[in-house]
Design a protein. Structure first.
Length: 446
């Protein structure tokens, strides 16, 4: 009995089961007649797709969130986003502690990015700190957005507060849901709306362990861990490159930001470089972007944000770890070193495994949708990467996809959100050391 129970409680099973339970509950709630303004019940597929997108904090939708769902349905969606974001951050952080404890102390839960003295009795403390951090950020951004909605758009204080809270939660959790039929296209050049949302996206996507360490180092200066260095500097590099590329490629495109004032173009460019990492708010019509911008977004969406965050993708640390592997190999160095620290071979293998499995999932999903539709490869690939990386950006094809294709996107969202955490943790926990080495042989590479 004990072995059965321990098998069920294995982290590789806890995370998928927890999210699956949230999806079932959310689908039931959104299937109720109260969830839509009319008297009829929403179709199960519509409710399920919206639930998966909200719980996996993606943002892809098959219906207009602003008009299709009633206030009750919108509250359910907001609650699912909050549960999905909180669960992702908490479970990812605790699984990180479990992996660290298994590899280093074996008898305690240790989070290297949290504190060097954390033990099993501190799990409740970690969960509480995650909740406090999330609520503090969300409340701050909600206050700024509420004031702006009230002053600029003549909303009542009640309506402004509701919009401020909803979009703050959606932004911090990198969900991309909005209460406007055009998402956030109407605010593309409003810095007082878009900049707070962008900051919320970055804060939620950098990862709780990094936020905690930055706060600790602010009080007690010291060297950052390799994880924090990779996440902070990697995110900064990708943000600068993403914003620069978007501005350069879309500056004269009248279908996106070409018709705006220079300041409006800058606001739109900053948003265009931030949302693929992986918030999914549409401040422009992504069906009108240039092919070059679409290619840049492929890369940004695939990489995503920080580990143990509300962002998706393969994660910044995974991408830059492999970049350092390539750099070390090019220089002919035996070890991969970052910030005067050697990176273990098992960690590098885990990073490579996550990337290859992600590529396989996207390839299979893309081929499957191409088989059941007559859409072009570029828009389908954009959609599948967006779904797997839980970005939520779309060229507008989601509502018109057949049920089978929508089902494929649901699977990609779920696997992309839950799978990366589960696979990384399972690989670390199953690490074994052989007491012998087989004869070495070198196949031809390249």
């Amino acid at each position: 009995m004990r072995s059965i129970w321990s098998g069920v409680m294995h982290p590789a099973r806890i995370v998928p089961l927890a999210f699956l339970a949230a999806v079932i509950v959310g689908t039931i709630l959104l299937s109720l007649p109260y969830s839509t303004p009319g008297p009829t019940r929403p179709p199960v597929l519509t409710a399920a797709f919206t639930t998966v997108s909200a719980v996996c904090v993606t943002g892809l939708t098959t219906v207009d969130t602003a008009t299709y769902w009633s206030p009750f349905g919108q509250v359910v969606i907001m609650a699912l986003i909050q549960v999905g974001g909180f669960g992702i951050m908490t479970l990812a952080t605790l699984l990180g502690m479990l992996v660290g404890g298994k590899l280093r102390l074996k008898s305690s839960l240790i989070a290297q990015a949290e504190t060097h003295t954390l033990n099993i009795g501190d799990v409740r403390h970690v969960v509480r700190r995650v909740a406090v951090t999330m609520l503090a950020f969300e409340a701050a951004f909600a206050a700024v957005l509420t004031v702006r909605f009230r002053q600029r758009y003549d909303d009542s204080w009640g309506e402004a507060a509701w919009h401020g809270v909803f979009h703050s939660i959606s932004a911090f959790n990198n969900a991309g849901f909005a209460l406007y039929s055009d998402n956030l296209i109407g605010f593309v050049d409003d810095a007082w709306i878009m900049f707070p949302i962008c900051v919320a996206i970055i804060a939620g996507g950098i990862g709780f362990p990094v936020l905690f360490e930055l706060r600790r180092r602010w009080k007690t200066p010291g060297l950052w861990t390799v994880h924090t260095r990779l996440t902070v500097w990697g995110s900064l590099i990708l943000l600068v490159l993403g914003i620069g590329a978007f501005l350069a490629l879309e500056w004269s495109n009248t279908g996106t930001i070409g018709g705006l004032s220079p300041w409006g173009k800058i606001v739109g460019g900053v948003t265009g470089g931030v949302v693929p990492r992986t918030a999914g708010f549409n401040s422009i019509d992504y069906g009108q972007i240039t092919p070059e911008t679409m290619a840049v977004n492929y890369v940004l969406m695939f990489i995503g944000g920080g580990s143990a965050s509300t962002a998706g993708g393969i994660k910044v640390t995974t991408f830059f770890l492999l970049a350092f592997v390539i750099w070390s190999e090019v220089r002919g160095e035996r070890d991969t070193n970052i910030a005067h620290r050697k990176i273990g071979d098992s960690t590098l293998r885990q990073a490579l495994t996550v990337v290859l499995l992600a590529l396989a999932a996207i390839a299979i999903g893309t081929m499957s949708i191409l088989l059941v539709t007559d859409l072009s490869l570029d828009v389908v690939l954009f959609e599948t990467i967006s779904a797997f990386a839980t970005v939520g950006l779309s060229t507008g094809i989601t509502p018109d996809l057949p049920p089978s294709a929508q089902g494929i996107l649901m699977m990609l969202m779920f696997v992309g959100r839950v799978g990366t955490i589960t696979v990384a943790s399972a690989l670390a926990l199953k690490s074994r050391h052989r007491h012998f080495h087989l004869p070495e042989e070198r196949p031809v590479v390249g």
